[in-house]
Design a binder for this molecule. Sequence first.
Ligand code: AMP
Length: 383
Amino acid sequence: MIKRKKVVKILKYIKQGQTIGIIGGGQLGQMLALDAKENGMKVLVLDPNPTCSAGQVADAQIVAAYDDFAALQQLAKQADVVTYEFENVDLAALEKLEKTIWLPQGTELLKITKNRLTEKTFLKEQGLDVVDFCEVNDEQELKQAVKKIGYPCILKTCEGGYDGKSQVNINDSADLNEAGKLLRQRKCILEGWLDFSLECSVMVARNLAGEITVFPVSENIHRNHILHLSIVPARIAENLQQVAKQAAVKIAKSLDLCGVLGVEMFVGKDGRVYINELAPRPHNSGHYSIEACDFSQFAIHNRAICGWPLPQITLLKPVVMVNVLGQHVCAIKKLIQTKPSWHFHDYGKDQALLDRKMGHVTILTDDLDKTLVEIEETKVWSD
Ligand code: AMP
């Protein structure tokens, strides 16, 4: 059973002209900051990189490590409300600061979502479908867990992994050696391999007054474990879309969510929706909402943490979002000249490294199949 601290949060309204402090200066922070600026807020970013994406569009930046307590105190002092753009923030430091800082998302949400084991245990306790899983601390436990769950399965570190990093697929006993290496680095969770027909996600948001709003379901296609493409609405039956959205709303309520949360899911070949992972912040698969919805995930997150009322979301047009990684940047720069109706986002990162998320492209469309062919034909993503 996940033990939770019951926190009674007061309602606090942040006004235009006041300051939002963002811990983390990546692209999510940048898009939060851009929306905040549009709404007349001041933005202060904390990030160790002086040329980070969010710092380029914020009013000011504190250049310091995320676990620099003095820097966090400075942020707390200067900002009227504080938020974070990734889950690997220093939880202990935030817990220490919580009394002096207005952090409407709280730290409980982080505590649960930071660790795959607590996250899956929590989801299971809510009666939601998750794959079979087991805590694994050493090789002896790994053998027992594999016996229980069966092949194929997947070993993941409980903390710190992203984009498929820190995971080992175990198809048979020959893979146990590789899995053992991961296990010696960190505490792990073993998951049963799900034969899914589709991966999808739902962005859901809630404010402290209890208003909830939910975005359309996004179908997500990954390449090398990195999100490649999102298609909205997901190409699944209407009843499955409802199941996915209802699961997201249930999670938002049971977490006393404040802000936006990304819920990653698998649609199993058995027709059930399994929750894979939660992201307590805006999520890459929600970027389509900037152009395709009447309010973006960033606008909704800012509204929620500022205590503003939340609208119900309307999808204005079907959409495809494609990620631009380091290896795509050169070709994308040329493509801009040939695609007048595509929206090209660039996060302003200085080094276009392999597999690094550098930007994304959003294509509103009346014909999803035609757009998918058009994307293929550019050959930009054929690596
Ligand atoms: P994650 O880091 O948990 O999001 O996993 C990265 C990717 O690995 C997912 O997007 C899936 O494509 C795949 N994956 C992760 N866990 C499982 C699982 N239990 N069964 C099948 N595929 C999985």
